[in-house]
Design a protein around this ligand. Structure first.
Ligand SMILES: C[S@@+](CC[C@H](N)C(=O)[O-])C[C@H]1O[C@@H](n2cnc3c(N)ncnc32)[C@H](O)[C@@H]1O
Length: 209
């Protein structure tokens, strides 16, 4: 009889087929020691990203979709799309300190992901025209973000982006953004989404087509 030892990894979570390192993982500690400390809440993977992963299980993306993740943090949502739908993924974030954590997770998840420091406002029509799909999770939490994101969506639609998907745990600025998109665009859906795993979560997904 063979006995297979199941070794629990104490410094890593496994969710949606992705590895997510805990802060006590040696490589995470080493990044923190070298001074990479997130400044705009990009210090972890936020739960709203699981709302989109769950939605995409039932609404798969076309293969090789050119995907841009805005306010990407560690980029796990992009890495999920690269792994499951063979998307080409790029992330932008206003905080350069999140980028080493993103690259570390791309490596451990064996995904090719590019990323750069760039804000919502700096995402020009020219830049956005390189993508088919824009995704973002938990990126509309301050009032000033409403106009910045609304203007980004307007530029994205003008530059040929087919779809924008943004998830949120239903904060007031996100609702303001959804209302502005509903007034401006014809094909907008706001989905009330609940998941019970890996966490219990009730939130919304805004989709602009
Ligand atoms: C709450 S975290 C969410 C991170 C990631 N999307 C997730 O779900 O795990 C918000 C992220 O948005 C970034 N961010 C905030 N303001 C931004 C802006 N104006 N332009 C681009 N990124 C921004 C932050 O640096 C941070 O990484």
């Amino acid at each position: 009889m063979t006995h297979r030892k199941i070794k629990k990894q104490k410094n890593m979570h496994r969710l949606y087929g992705l590895k997510i390192l805990k802060s006590n993982h040696p490589q995470m500690r080493s990044l923190k020691r070298s001074g990479h400390v997130a400044e705009i809440h990009g210090h972890k993977v936020w739960n709203a990203s699981y709302l989109i992963m769950d939605y995409l299980k039932k609404h798969p993306l076309p293969k090789r979709t050119r995907l841009l993740e805005i306010g990407c943090g560690w980029g796990l949502l992009s890495q999920y799309c690269a792994k499951n739908f063979n998307c080409r993924v790029h992330g932008i974030d206003a905080d350069r300190n999140v980028l080493p954590y993103l690259q570390l997770h791309a490596e451990i998840n064996q995904v090719r992901m590019t990323a750069e420091k760039r804000s919502f406002k700096q995402s020009t029509k020219d830049f956005l025209s390189n993508f088919d799909l824009i995704v973002g999770s938990d990126i509309c939490f301050w009032d000033e973000m409403v106009s910045e994101l609304f203007n980004l969506v307007v530029r994205a639609k003008k530059s040929g982006v087919k779809q924008v998907i943004i998830a949120d745990p239903s904060r007031p600025p996100f609702h303001a953004l959804s209302e502005r998109c509903q007034e401006k665009f014809a094909r907008v859906e706001v989905i009330d989404k609940r998941i019970s795993r890996p966490v219990k979560l009730d939130g919304d997904i805004l989709i602009v087509r």
